[in-house]
Design a protein around this ligand. Structure first.
Ligand code: ATP
Length: 330
């Protein structure tokens, strides 16, 4: 569905002495298969939107090639646009028009008949819990309703591939959770392939089959959330031993699974790869060695741990406004 090779975007800003090159995207390769939901994750300014704009033909790549839905973005932009749905960060609806009219007009722009556009629009309004809002203006809708309306606009012509740019930014937790359900339904109910950008770790974790991480214009990882977490640091296993004289035995048993065991009072802990598989055996081992536990905690690494290991910074640091962005050079 998406096949990008060496995509580059260099912006030129300012004039004279203030002239600057911004290397927003620096040679991105991407492959997205039909039916996949891919989360494109990265901090502010990492190059997510710029990559998305190149893939959706809104921006010409400085270098590199991309085929999207079977068409070349540079030479067949019209065919690409017909095959995809795009929901931008800023939204695509106009505040002074009825929601239903906008959706129908949008469908007609794609060559649908009014009758078909109305039928599909009404079906989508129902699916996205917008029933009753056909004759409502965008300006009198809640944030969550507006985002759902944006998605309906992007789906009116039944695209096989949908791009969502930070779909839940600015929404409250309940509206986010509600939108997540709808996004999951895009594949199951609409049969669409979904490529979404986000800087929310939990969003990528919850929605995507595969996560592609971009940092400063370069892809730094691409895998399932589980594999990314497992490959980086392992799960933290913390054993609280019931008696002081059993601490050493517990430490030795845990050391058979990992090198980095630490002891803090009666708490023995260490990082174990794929703890879900290893812990049952460890518990049997501890029991047969006569160790009694007060508690056991298994803490899975977060995608933030992954990002930290890959880039040396946490996503939160990277989010700070004064952190350096996409390789700007004078
Ligand atoms: N039109 C432009 N002219 C100059 N620089 C730009 C332009 N658009 C984006 N940039 C710069 O390119 C870099 C990547 O921006 P981009 O919007 O792709 O990041 P992003 O990962 O989508 O960030 P966010 O999460 O904040 O939306 C940033 O340094 C940004 O300032």
């Amino acid at each position: 569905m998406i096949e990008a090779r060496g995509l580059v975007q260099t912006f030129h800003t300012g004039q004279g002495k203030a002239k600057k090159e911004v290397h927003a995207v620096k040679g991105v390769d991407l492959d997205v298969a039909e039916g996949e939901v891919v989360g494109f994750l990265g901090p502010n300014g990492a190059g997510k939107t710029t990559t998305l704009r190149m893939l959706t033909t809104l921006l010409k790549p400085t270098a590199g090639t991309a085929r999207v839905a079977g068409y070349d973005v540079a030479t067949q932009p019209v065919q690409v646009r017909r095959s995809i749905g795009y929901c931008s960060q800023v939204g695509s609806t106009f505040s002074g028009a009825y929601a239903g009219d906008e959706v129908v007009d949008h469908g007609m722009l794609y060559g649908m008949s009014r009758k078909d556009a109305v039928a599909k629009g009404q079906e989508l309004f129902e699916k996205f819990q917008l029933d009753g809002l056909w004759k409502r203006m965008n300006k009198s809708m809640s944030g969550g309703q507006k985002r759902r309306l944006d998605i309906v606009m992007g789906l009116i012509h039944s695209p096989s591939l949908v791009f969502l740019d930070e779909p839940t930014t600015g929404l409250d937790p309940q509206a986010r959770a509600n939108l997540w359900e709808h996004i999951s339904g895009l594949r199951t109910q609409e049969g669409a392939t979904v490529f979404l950008t986000t800087h929310y770790l939990d969003e990528a974790d919850a929605l995507a089959d595969r996560i592609v991480i971009i940092d400063r214009g370069e892809i730094v990882a691409s895998d399932t959330a589980d594999n990314l977490k497992a490959s980086v640091s392992g799960d933290l296993v913390a054993l609280e031993v019931a008696a002081d004289d059993q601490v050493a035995v517990a430490r030795d048993r845990l050391a058979s699974l990992t090198h980095d065991v630490t002891v803090d009072g009666r708490v023995v802990s260490g990082r174990v790869s794929r703890a879900g598989k290893a812990v049952p055996g460890l518990l049997r081992d501890l029991e047969s060695s006569g160790v009694v536990l007060d508690s056991i905690e298994v803490i899975r690494p977060t995608l933030d741990d992954v990002f930290l290991t890959l880039t040396g910074r946490s996503l939160r640091d990277a989010d700070e406004p004064d952190a350096p962005t996409a390789g700007e050079s004078a």
